[in-house]
Design a protein around this ligand. Sequence first.
Ligand code: ATP
Ligand code: MG
Length: 422
Amino acid sequence: MSKKIQAIRGMNDTLPDVTHIWHFLEDKFKSVLNSYGYNEIRMPIVEKTELFCRSIGEVTDIVEKEMYTFDDRNGDSLTLRPEGTAGCVRACIEHGLLHNQQQRLWYAGQMFRHERPQKGRYRQFNQIGVEAFGISGPDIDAEVILLSARFWKALGIEGLELQLNSLGTNEARTNYRNVLVEYFSESKDKLDEDSLRRLDTNPLRILDTKNPEMKDLVANAPVLTDHLDQESKDHFEQLLSILDENCIKYVLNPRLVRGLDYYNRTVFEWVTTKLGAQGTVCAGGRYDGLVEQIGGKATPAVGFALGVERIIAMLEELQISVPAPVPDVYVIAAGEKAQPHAIYLAEKLREEVHDIKVVTNAGGGSFKSQFKKANKIGAKFAIIIGDNELEHGIYGVKPLLDDSEQVECTLEQLLEKMQHVV
Ligand code: ATP
Ligand code: MG
């Protein structure tokens, strides 16, 4: 036998016994998004590398060390998307979607980051993202947060904490940056290698360190809140009051910065303590400068992305069970005429009974072995066809989920009965 080929580390298969949980999540999300009037956009998985360098920021973990970047056969540098916002903005600019109009958009799909694989952190993972363009007020910040809260409700997930912060304007951040550099410079010996480098290039990133040894140092750092401009303060206050009015609880976290450089003003994360170190299930904020930064006309924007694998893990952790769909009918047949008729009958059922799930027995076998297969896949009913019964236009119908007796019925009776099963 040849050597088996395995999947790439950190890139998982989603097996058929769990795909229904993904469908459940996606369906809930779509219905919530529908109720807020958001439209889906689909972008390519691969983009020019430059797009991500320019949008996410050269000195972020993602661009520095996590991107899957390669030269294609023409020698162009391409990258598997590490997130969706950059591609979404690129598409909107390219197709003129932002000309004098607002856009409420969502997307879903795989993202790629070369991180150290562990629970809740993979190299290929799935995000569902939401982006709203062309609206500068706190009302739309509130809308995307309310939308995310409604999604947790739809899934039955309780106990997530909403953390909020405001990063202010670029100027406010520049002032704060100087204060931070001063603070961290005094404790250079406590900074790890990454943070030392960041001290010159991007000191705010130090606050986002995942290194537990730097926790105290970061906890005592000066906070951005004290350096906010008045307009950003007002924007933030108004957002909080809309959230209050809608009974959305939140925690102000003055040290919340995001892993991507394009954010300004509002940033937020939904966090759980139930998933160990990978506790952020959803994160986002405002990014008013990004559209202009990658070649469009200045356009205010706000959005978030949630990590689908972490939410699936959350459903498991909270023991929220999602029943797997079962076939309504398994068609059992034995006999020369009965076997081909089984296929005909299954087609008839699919034609006449809306949404019915019918599995036919393929590959022959005794009645006994066919019943075994029907039970194994959890079918609600077995329909039994033998040559004898077929001659009289009669089908056997046996409920499989309880001990009820098998009954006999005509085609008409069968179709009628099945209407009530689905
Ligand atoms: P983290 O701080 O956990 O690294 P991040 O700040 O890099 O997250 P974002 O880029 O904002 O995350 O992505 C939004 C969400 O996508 C995260 O909150 C998380 O739920 C999910 N996510 C990010 N990276 C991964 C990954 N490598 N594997 C699985 N989910 C991820
Ligand atoms: Mg990260």
